[in-house]
Design a protein around this ligand. Structure first.
Ligand code: IMP
Length: 427
């Protein structure tokens, strides 16, 4: 029987999913991405070279694993090919027998990136979503408005040309008359994308069929989530969200398997809270402990290099994440970063319009109005990055983890105390 897991982020992304995925990849035969695009990113060291992957699952670095990109992903052909070249340059085999893209995956084309950036440019201050500028939102918009280009379309260049012409018709009106910019021509777009899209052809596959086949063989499948639960387009802090469903249940729809194909959900929780881009972050602290987390945790985005906004752990938002993902285990990351703080504060409830809330308010913008209610816990001064077993953690660090487990009703199966694989306590 295959044992299939989904790994998702429980906060606003950047929880350290890459490390947890890397760890769990050991027991997996097939790794699947099911949502998002190259707005994600993690840094992996191959030999003495550092590789940053935004799109291709990091499982590609293990020669005996197969990597699948599901229908729920939006794929930028240029980014895909550049990652292929980069991996190949590092001696990694990336042949079509082990790296497959669903025919139904939608493509990000140059006009999606252009639109994403033009929109962000005209938004001011608090209205700015702070997108990654990778064209993610506009590509998903085209999918739901049924003018998207799918990976399978690259097999027929006449069809590709006519579909791009259709997609551009409306966008060019926007470009010229709303943004005051020059329109795109079909030929320009084709000239830019054909060298990349032609290389996709050999990687196209029936990903849904591949998953079923792998299950029948008894192979283990790991579904790798991107971004985080609070960035989910339906359940996150709308409108400051990404454009896909980031919750675990989308692993099935976004890859083409049934719900019963999934046995377990692991939710990754950073020991404190970070967010990049705009939107509410109730426990944000700009100096003091926030600066400590920023510096010690090297909190800069892997995709855009932007500074992450840091703050205390927010159990109110995490309660929602647990409800939405039903994890059986948590993976708590970056616990070492909190070392050296004399007090640790945890947000357990919000105060909003005179009442106490255990879950975020429903109304849009409500999260901007809440006052976090904190519980103080003891900090620890020891450097725990060398600790390799639960019992060797300082008492205050163990109590911190136990406080999180008790508050959320989920055990922490993994506690990470540093970036290396061996800096992980498995319980
Ligand atoms: P988009 O996904 O580029 O449209 O950006 C929408 C929002 O999601 C912005 O606030 C981004 O900063 C955020 N976001 C997108 N991908 C990630 C990620 O992988 N980690 C953290 N934040 C992300």
């Amino acid at each position: 029987m295959s044992q299939n897991q989904v790994v998702v982020g429980a906060q606003w992304g950047d929880e350290g999913k890459g490390k947890v995925v890397d760890l769990l990849t050991e027991q997996a035969d097939v790794i699947v991405r099911f949502q998002g695009g190259n707005n994600a990113g993690h840094t992996i060291v191959v030999g003495d070279k550092e590789t940053i992957l935004h799109l291709i699952p990091s499982g590609i670095l293990h020669p005996d694993k197969t990597c699948l990109i599901g229908n729920g992903v939006v794929l930028d052909p240029e980014v895909f090919c550049r990652e292929l070249d980069n991996l190949q340059g590092n001696g990694v085999s990336v042949g079509p027998e082990r790296l497959k893209i669903s025919h139904r995956t939608h493509l990000i084309l140059p006009y999606h990136k252009r639109l994403d950036n033009l929109r962000e440019k005209i938004r001011s201050g608090g209205d700015r979503i702070g997108t990654t500028g990778r064209g993610i939102g506009p590509a998903y918009e085209d999918k739901v408005s049924r003018v998207g280009i799918r990976a399978v379309d690259v097999l027929d260049e006449d069809l590709l040309r006519s579909k791009i012409a259709k997609a551009l018709a409306e966008k060019n009106v926007l470009c010229e008359h709303y943004f005051g910019e020059s329109p795109d021509t079909v030929e320009e777009v084709l000239q830019e994308v054909l060298p990349w899209t032609r290389r996709l052809k050999q990687h196209l596959a029936d990903v849904s069929g591949e998953i079923l086949w792998a299950r029948n063989q008894g192979y283990n499948i790991l579904f790798e989530g991107a971004q985080g639960t609070l960035l989910d387009v339906d359940h996150g802090t709308f409108p400051y969200v990404t454009s896909s469903n980031t919750v675990a249940s989308n692993a099935a729809a976004g890859s083409g398997c049934g719900m019963h194909a999934i046995d377990e959900v692991v939710a990754v929780v950073k020991a404190y809270t970070t967010r990049v881009g705009g939107g509410p972050h109730p426990t944000e602290i700009e100096d003091g402990a926030g600066a400590h987390m920023q510096e010690k945790g090297a909190e800069y985005g892997a995709t855009t290099g932007r500074k992450r906004r840091c703050g205390w752990l927010d159990l109110v938002c995490l309660r929602d994440a647990v409800r939405l993902n039903t994890p059986s285990r948590l993976a708590i990351t970056k616990l070492d970063v909190l070392g050296g703080l004399s007090d640790i504060w945890v947000c357990t409830e919000y105060e909003h319009e005179g009442i106490r809330l255990t879950h975020p308010p429903q109304k849009e913008g409500g999260l901007q109005e809440v006052n976090p209610v904190y519980t103080r816990l003891d900090g620890w001064q020891e450097d725990i990055s060398g600790v390799r077993s639960w019992v060797d953690l300082p008492r205050a660090a163990r109590e911190y983890i136990q406080f999180i487990e008790d508050s959320l009703g989920v055990k922490a199966g993994y506690v990470s105390v540093g970036p290396a694989r061996e800096q992980t306590l498995i319980r």
